[in-house]
Design a protein around this ligand. Structure first.
Ligand code: PLP
Length: 465
């Protein structure tokens, strides 16, 4: 066993040292993937050879999404403390199911959740659950909202489901993320349950439309989804105004703050999440801006008892039930047996502290403004949106090209094929655009400069063709 771990350890240093310079994707190395397939081995083979093969193919073919030049989606890296703690989690192989299955994992999760709550400035009465992702944080939060809504109608949806109830009204702005819809789909409401109120093509919230809609519901309970950090340009719904609506109409207010919640860490951006403590639930990711490994998200609840009400699992005689002091986080979320994903969160918060995380966020705010300035200075590029946080939404505007959408789609594809840096395309206010996001602790100004250089180089190459 220790020889195998030695093999991994030996591979770690060169891999980690290459992160800052290797291409995001080596297309040629993808041919190696074939060597992992074939029929299931009947007899197996030497584990040392197996791990050697896995490391050789993995190190060559891996997408360098934990490196500093991956600007696609919203993708964090892994801090040294988080990586070492993640290895520790694998080593100890704890089941963070209950206080019996692992008092250690239970306690670390309790501390990690309390530190996250404190990091974002939420009151001590808040609680939460660590989950696999922001999708599952949305699922967990909207699961609690569903139970709340059912109770308002005199039903217990955790026991009896949705049958016989009307459809749960959900409203949001045009910023609502696909994963919130997916969460509603998984909860049985269907992804079309959301009614969108947008006052422009970018998707900004139409507060008057929302108010009229809520008035029309005549007092029926409803859910408002506020978006703290949308994916095209990093913009925010007016959370305090939505909290005001929620309070006036007795709605559940859920905030999707997958990465935008981290605006709370800096005095420069905390105004963007003003009023968030008036929400009922908040979903966020740790594997994005906290820079811990996948799979790591969290849901924070103003009334943490709602987690147990929605996700409790009574009725198995061999398990501690809800309210039993031996029960644990399995009864406070969708999973039962689960790894100790709290360890990297605990370690990264312990190692770098509140100040370290504020400094990292502010470094990213500066780098994002640097990127915006480079875009603004380039005659062949056009910024399409303000830059409130960590995303710059822009497109190439080469002279003489009539179909700019088609051109920018090709530019996005060329960027991925080139592989030196990665960013994705989107459609912002009807226009195809690139939307690089900066949330990796390793990213420097030189990486941002390289990104703009590569984009401009490919833009010229495409225009000449
Ligand atoms: C990334 C993201 C999600 C989904 O997060 P996963 O971790 O991929 O499940 C949800 N909402 C927003 C705003 C996001 O940026």
């Amino acid at each position: 066993m220790s020889d195998l771990l030695g093999q991994v350890y030996a591979a770690a240093r060169p891999y980690l040292e290459s992160l800052s310079t290797r291409p995001v994707q080596d297309g040629a190395a993808l041919e190696l993937l074939e060597s992992l397939g074939g029929p299931l081995p009947a007899e197996g083979s030497d584990p040392g050879e197996v791990i050697e093969r896995l490391l050789r193919v993995g190190a060559a073919a891996a997408t360098t999404s934990s490196g500093p030049r991956f600007f696609h989606f919203v993708t964090g890296g892994v801090t040294p403390a988080a990586l070492a703690a993640d290895w520790t989690a694998a080593l100890l192989d704890q089941n963070a199911f209950s206080k019996i299955s692992s008092p250690f994992a239970h306690e670390v999760e309790t501390v990690a959740l309390d530190w996250l709550r404190s990091l974002f400035g939420l009151p001590t009465s808040w609680g939460g659950a660590l989950v696999a992702s922001a999708t599952f944080a949305n699922f967990t939060s909207l699961g609690c909202a569903t139970h709340w809504w059912g109770a308002r109608l005199g039903a217990d949806t955790a026991a009896d489901g949705l049958s016989g109830l009307p459809r749960m009204p959900v409203i949001s702005s045009g910023y609502v993320h696909a994963s919130a819809r997916k969460a509603l789909q998984m909860l049985g409401h269907g992804r079309t349950a959301v009614t969108v109120f947008a006052r422009d093509g970018a998707g900004r919230a139409d507060l008057d439309g929302m108010r009229a809609h809520l008035t029309g519901l005549g007092g029926a309970p409803a859910v408002i989804i506020a978006n703290a950090g949308e994916v095209n340009a990093g913009d925010f719904d007016p959370i305090a105004a939505l909290a005001g609506l929620a309070e006036e109409f007795g709605c559940w207010l859920h905030v999707d703050g997958a990465f935008g919640l981290f605006a709370a860490l800096s005095p420069r951006t905390e105004h963007l999440v003003e009023g968030i403590e008036r929400a009922d639930s908040i979903a966020a990711d740790a594997h994005k801006w906290l820079n811990v490994p996948y799979e790591s998200g969290f849901a924070l609840l103003r009334e943490p008892a709602r987690l147990g009400a929605a996700f409790g699992m009574p009725g198995a005689a061999y398990l501690p039930g809800p309210g039993d002091p031996a029960s644990g986080y399995a009864l406070l979320g969708s999973e039962s047996s689960r790894r100790a994903r709290s360890l990297p969160i605990w370690a990264t918060l312990a190692a770098y502290g509140r100040d370290g995380h504020r400094e990292m966020v502010e470094r990213h705010l500066d780098l994002t403004q640097h990127l915006a300035a480079l875009v603004d200075a380039a005659p062949d590029l056009e910024r399409l949106a303000d830059v409130p946080l960590c995303i710059v939404c822009f497109r190439a505007v080469p002279p003489g090209v009539s179909d700019l959408d088609e051109h920018n789609r090709r530019l996005g594809a060329a960027l991925l094929a080139d592989g030196r840096v990665y960013a994705g395309t989107t459609v912002y206010d009807g226009r195809v655009a690139l939307r690089p996001a900066i949330v990796n602790w390793r990213t420097t100004a030189a990486d941002v400069d390289l990104f703009v250089e590569v984009v401009r180089e490919l833009n010229v190459a495409l225009t000449i063709k």
